[in-house]
Write a protein that binds this ligand. Structure first.
Ligand code: PLP
Length: 407
């Protein structure tokens, strides 16, 4: 028998587990499944800007060899300049690591940090790779509550209460997946104060930093706390709709003196992977220069009134809010609605089963709230990347299903 490593027993990543397996079975039987479970823009016709793609094509012959383990110099310089322009102090190309998406950098940053039973503060709900990667690295994710009544802003008292002598790091996901919350400056300052007080490494996942609605403002956490060691992560998957390129970056800011040992560990892991995918690194400089973001291809055009993402956000939020017994905080950022189903109306004890039943009966795939490490079974996440016709059909099917569903 070939069994999996015992350390995987503690790694939970439900959003890709039994639900995905059942989806594959249904597809193998010939059913067409409408998938609103993944923040993957390209399949919905939201494609990368032409100049960004052209740069990859133009440089493809130069991308045949391994690059510097941290990534190519020109892209790292572009990332450093981008953050300097946003007001992050003291960042140069040597403080930037490129990765195969933010995903790889999340795993690297935690593997370099954690000893057995070290704790990391992670939001609940979270993007579950964070919790999974903490467990994979031998640590323990300790979840801090985000308060739905307060538009899903983190509950700062609860964050502070969760700190223990074993806490090593604080994860901030802003704008947030799955809730769509964009944190206020006060919230961020409060979170950073907890990190300051307890000397925690701050891990800021800002992959949706430019996907904002209704004039919401994203504050780059690193600008608010130049005195804290922080790793800021972002990439091309969302803003530049190039998720398949696997192109992301990590920027180290704040005082490095006390962190030389950790940073050496990070460098070791970067060296062990040889380098990130090289062709995709050539997209970064153009993407950040604005040439990859200008009209009519840019993210801004998709977000303003009349733009596709803005219209789809409005439509999805309105439609799910009209389902009897559902209510939903209006997302100010990112690509998701995360509605609550009133347990008095919809008695869902097992929300993964709810998602599987919906899949089987309506051939619609969404994600259950507990998959995001939410402790209650009364939420689901729906991706609003599809056009309004498709969203209307999907939410119609969902409403019909819910009207007769009992567990
Ligand atoms: N972080 C968050 C909050 C995400 O939502 C995602 C993808 O959905 C990622 C990281 C992973 O991004 P990447 O494609 O850069 O690996």
């Amino acid at each position: 028998m070939v069994s999996q490593a015992s350390r995987l027993q503690s790694v939970h990543y439900d959003i890709r587990g039994p639900v995905l397996r059942r989806t594959r079975e249904l597809e193998a039987e010939g059913h067409r499944i409408l998938k609103l479970n993944l923040g993957n823009p390209a399949p919905f016709g939201l494609t990368a800007p032409d100049p960004v793609v052209a740069e990859v094509v133009r440089n493809i012959r130069d991308a045949e060899g391994y690059s510097d383990a941290r990534g190519i110099q020109s892209a790292r310089e572009a990332v450093a300049s981008h953050y300097a322009a946003r007001g992050v102090a003291g960042v140069g190309a040597d403080d930037v690591y490129l990765g195969n998406g933010v995903s790889e950098l999340i795993v690297m940053s935690l593997q370099a940090l954690l000893n057995p039973d070290d704790e990391v503060l992670v939001p609940s709900p979270d993007y579950p790779l964070w919790t999974g990667a903490v467990s994979l690295s031998g640590g323990r994710a300790v979840h801090y509550r985000c308060d739905e009544q307060a538009g899903w802003q983190p509950d700062l008292d609860h964050v502070a209460d969760q700190v223990s002598p074993r806490t090593r790091a604080l994860v901030i996901i802003n704008p947030n997946n799955p809730t769509g919350a964009v944190y206020s400056r006060d919230t961020l300052l409060g979170l950073l104060e907890v990190a300051r007080r307890h000397r925690l490494l701050v891990l800021a996942d800002e992959i949706y930093d430019q996907i904002l609605y209704d004039g919401a403002v994203h504050e780059t956490a690193a600008t608010l706390a130049p005195d804290l060691l922080m790793l800021t992560m972002c990439g091309l998957s969302k803003t530049h709709r190039a998720a398949g390129f696997r192109s992301g970056w990590l920027v180290i800011s704040g005082p490095r003196d006390d962190a030389a040992d950790y940073l050496e560990g990070l460098e070791l892991l970067a060296n062990m992977r040889l380098c990130p995918n090289v062709p995709a690194q050539y997209a970064i400089e153009t993407a950040l220069s604005g040439r990859g973001g200008s009209e009519p291809d840019g993210i801004a055009a998709l977000l303003r009134p009349g733009g596709r993402l803005r219209e789809q956000r409005d439509f999805a939020w309105q439609q799910v809010s009209e389902i009897p017994g559902a209510d939903c905080v209006r997302p100010a950022g990112a690509l998701y609605v995360f509605p609550r189903l009133d347990p008095e109306v919809h008695k869902i004890r097992d929300d993964q089963q709810f998602v599987i039943d919906l899949l089987e009966r309506q051939h619609l795939l969404i994600t259950h709230g507990t998959g995001f490490n939410l402790p209650t079974t009364d939420h689901f996440r729906l991706v609003f990347l599809a056009g309004v016709d498709v969203l209307g059909d999907a939410i119609g099917r969902l409403a019909e299903f819910l009207s007769g569903y009992h567990q």
